[in-house]
Each structure stands twice: as C-alpha cells, then as structure tokens.
Design a protein around this ligand. Sequence first.
Ligand code: NAD
Length: 262
Amino acid sequence: MMGRLEGLIALVTGGGDGIGRAVVDRYVREGAKVVVLERDRKLAQAVESAHPDRVAAVVGDVRDPEAHLTATERCLETFGQLDIYVGNVGVYDFGAKLADLDVLELPEHFHQVFTINVLGYLLGVRMALTALRASRGSIILTGSSSGSYAGGGGALYVASKHAVVGLVRQLAYEFAPEVRVNGIAPGATRTGLTGVGDLGGGRALREESRLLDGIARAIPLGFVSEPEHHAGLYVSLASREESGFVTGAIFPSDGGLEVRGR
Ligand code: NAD
C-alpha cells in the first residue's frame, strides 16, 4: 500500500525524542525519508538505527546556524531534495511566575527560552527556504496550547509559543504561494520536555506525575496525550493531496481546551 508521504523528504528538529520522534516514526511509515537535527548524540543514533536507509541524523543545536546548514545540506546530499520542514525543538519554563524571577537574571532567562523556542525556528526555516521553494514544500511548526491560553506555562514559555503563532502567520504570508506554513498546537504530552538553566533545566515533564495528573483533570478528554496522538496531523499537513489549500493555520491537538468549563 502507498504511504501518504511516499517520495517526500522531511527535516525534523528534535526528532530524537518526544513528539519529534513520533513524527519521524510516522513519516517513515508513510513512505518519507527523514533528516533529524538533534542535540543528544545517543538519541540521534537511536533514531537513525531504528530506520536504516530512511533516516539520517545530524547532531547539533538549533541555536547554531551551522547546525541548520548541515542538516539542510544533508537532506539535499543524501536524499536530493527537501519537501517538509518540521520545526519542533522547544524548552519549557515549568510555569515560572514572573514575580518569582530575579529581575537581574530575567534577560538571561529570556535569552535561553527565546533563542531555542523562537530563534531556533527562524534559523531553521531561513536555511531550508531555498530548497522548500524549489520543491514547493511545506513548513510545520510545533506550537502549543500555550500559544492560545494562559496558565499552561510561565510568562516566558507562553510568550514564546504566542510568538510561534506570529511566525506561522507571517511566514505563510511571506512564502505564499510556493510554500505552505502551518502550526500544530499540542496540549500536555507525556514526554521528557525539559526546562533550561534555572527554569527547570534537568527536570522532565513525564516524571512530574502530580503536575500531569492535575493537567489531566483540566482537559475535557480527561487524559494527558502521548506523542503519537499528534503525529497524524503532521502527516495531513505535510501531504499536498490532503492539505494543499491549507496555510497560515494552527491546529490544536489538546484534548479540547477550547471547550473547557471553569
Ligand atoms: P522532548 O524534550 O521530548 O523532545 C525534544 C527533543 O529536542 C529532544 O530529543 C531533545 O534532545 C531535543 N532538543 C532539545 N533542545 C535542543 C536543541 N537546543 N537543539 C537540538 N535539539 C534539541 O520535548 P517534546 O515535549 O517532544 O517537545 C517538542 C515540542 O512540543 C516543543 O516545541 C514543545 O514546546 C512542544 N510542546 C510540548 C508539550 C508537552 O506537554 N510535552 C505540549 C505542547 C507543546
């Protein structure tokens, strides 16, 4: 049976774990070949060896323009083209309240969260743009329910995910008609999502069972999602047949936060 992404080449940042890894596994099942840009060498090796000949991993950090250059070049050299760019790396702030942050440390906290969550997407998209224009490809950025609602993170994370909404809209406007740009906004997902520096660096969301139980109670569907729950949307938005008229849109995958009661 033909996969829905047969013959397409994708680049997924943070494809070594969590939502990114689920997207890579699903893309491969749908017939795509994938380059992964991943900071963690072991995770990079693991995803590559899980999919021999179909996944090539580049070890690098999304804050580094050179890493994006290498990843884009790997797509073109190894697989000959780039059709789907998935910007996905993000870090959390574990709900750090502004009032609790030392004002002198705030510039550094801001820098840490925004260089990964926002600049990382800008650098990756900028680097991949020529190849995506050539293939009339598609960009998908991982946002968050924190791109629409307060309370799912602290001011830095929520502001950074609102910025991703702005990126999707502006880039869809700038890159039309050649390249479609959309976002997916997951709600709470059982992953190793971590913080940065003093904002939860070393913590992992999936280990915080009390926090996750509380979140599950606030979700209309009543449970915290697994990374695989979101992967189908990444396939649909990447497929020209299924989403050829969709751009500038953000799709929630959050268990129904829009219909949450008080
Ligand atoms: P995760 O930590 O499980 O996966 C992120 C991956 O990116 C990991 O493999 C990690 O090693 C890699 N990575 C981290 N920093 C990097 C860097 N600077 N350069 C390169 N690679 C790096 O997290 P996840 O939950 O899958 O998060 C993926 C995206 O989903 C993020 O943008 C996050 O904000 C978003 N999101 C997550 C949740 C959730 O509850 N887990 C909810 C909404 C949105």
